[in-house]
Design a protein around this ligand. Structure first.
Ligand code: ISE
Length: 339
């Protein structure tokens, strides 16, 4: 039988995932949506056949007619909702960030461990992007030698006034945190987040752009520019430098147009466009794994490691100093081998 999926939170990403689940993902039925804004939830549900609106997110999670939950609410609601999913034994795909800080993410890891089986996948969709996946494959093949350094650029067209300096770390830089842990196969030991003078296009008091430096366990390093009010469009680039070669992704040059004395291509407005394929592959992989009682890709531990690094990153942004990332010992928490 298809996996009956409920979506919690129907903002930009929740609505996007609902369409994906209803029309593009095999082996899943979108059966219910929930949002504190019930009018918005009802509007979304009306676009599909047989999708219920459940007023309370926790009621949707507990609902016997829902087998699995996609959590796309604001990050501040994640801890309570994901813990409830784990308690009900429901496979969960939680949008990033897993929770608001390292300590609360560790509570999720521990709850899942007590449940005794993998239930939580974190929405780091870049791991499913064909370009990032090919970069990872090349690095892991060893053909280019050891990976030494990664350079990232992460720009958004613009951000709302509520998108404060810390969110640039917690909600945006968190993607590079995950990408670098994944590419290096190592944790971030120390993180530094600095800011040049802010753009005049950022809201008052918001430090945008920012520059982050990760020192990885084992000696690798990464630099990242995050600029959420770039005025240009959605640009995500990554260059991995290894001993005998380097790999660049995100140049976005697939369609190249020449006209009227100019040449160029399109820059997407936002992540739904640039990473549309990655989200499709991610949600399909989640559904396939959930039906087998497994998790595909980024685990609760990955979500924890990312929020722990971002918690240190937010402190660094405030103090201007490098901050060590403090994390629980993996073997202590997970009891050896388990991912
Ligand atoms: C947003 O939440 C995302 O996840 C996007 O990928 C990122 O580019 C953006 O800055 C975040 O706000």
């Amino acid at each position: 039988a298809p996996l009956r999926v409920g979506v919690v939170g129907v903002g930009v990403m929740g609505a996007d995932h609902a369409v994906r689940l209803a029309h593009r993902v095999a082996g899943a039925d979108l059966v219910a949506v929930s949002d504190p804004d019930t009018a918005r939830a009802a509007e979304l549900a009306a676009r599909f056949d047989g999708v219920r609106v459940v007023g309370e997110p926790l009621d949707l999670i507990a609902d016997d007619g829902v087998d699995a939950v996609l959590v796309a609410s604001p990050g501040s609601a994640h801890e309570e909702q994901v813990l409830a999913c784990v308690e009900h034994g429901k496979p969960t795909l939680c949008e990033k960030p897993l929770t608001m800080d390292g300590e609360s993410s560790l509570r999720v890891v521990e709850a899942e461990r007590k449940a005794g089986r993998p239930l939580v996948q974190v929405g780091f969709m870049r791991r499913f992007d064909p370009e990032y996946a090919e970069m990872k494959r090349l690095i892991d093949s060893g053909d280019l030698g050891r990976i030494l350094l990664v350079h990232n650029v992460h720009r958004n067209l613009r951000a709302g006034a509520s998108f404060r300096s810390e969110m640039i770390v917690r909600d945006s830089l968190v993607h590079e945190v995950d990408v670098c842990r994944w590419l290096f196969g190592a944790e971030i030991e120390t993180i530094t987040v600095l800011a040049p003078r802010p753009t005049g296009h950022a809201a008052d008091g918001v430090l945008d752009p920012q520059v982050a430096i990760f020192h990885m366990a084992g000696g690798g390093m990464a630099t990242t520019e995050v600029f959420v009010n770039s005025q240009v469009g959605y640009e995500v680039r990554c260059e991995a430098v290894a001993e005998r070669g380097n790999v660049t992704i995100g140049l976005g040059q697939s369609v190249f147009v020449r006209r009227a004395g100019q040449y160029g291509g399109r820059i997407p407005d936002d992540w739904r466009d640039r990473f549309g394929r990655a989200y499709d592959l991610e949600v399909q992989a989640w559904v396939d794994a959930a039906r087998r009682g497994e998790v595909a890709g980024p685990t609760a531990w990955d979500g924890y490691a990312a929020t722990a690094a971002c918690t240190a990153g937010m402190e660094s942004l405030a103090t201007g100093r490098p901050v060590p990332v403090t994390m629980a010992d993996r073997a202590d928490v997970l009891g050896g081998g388990q991912a």
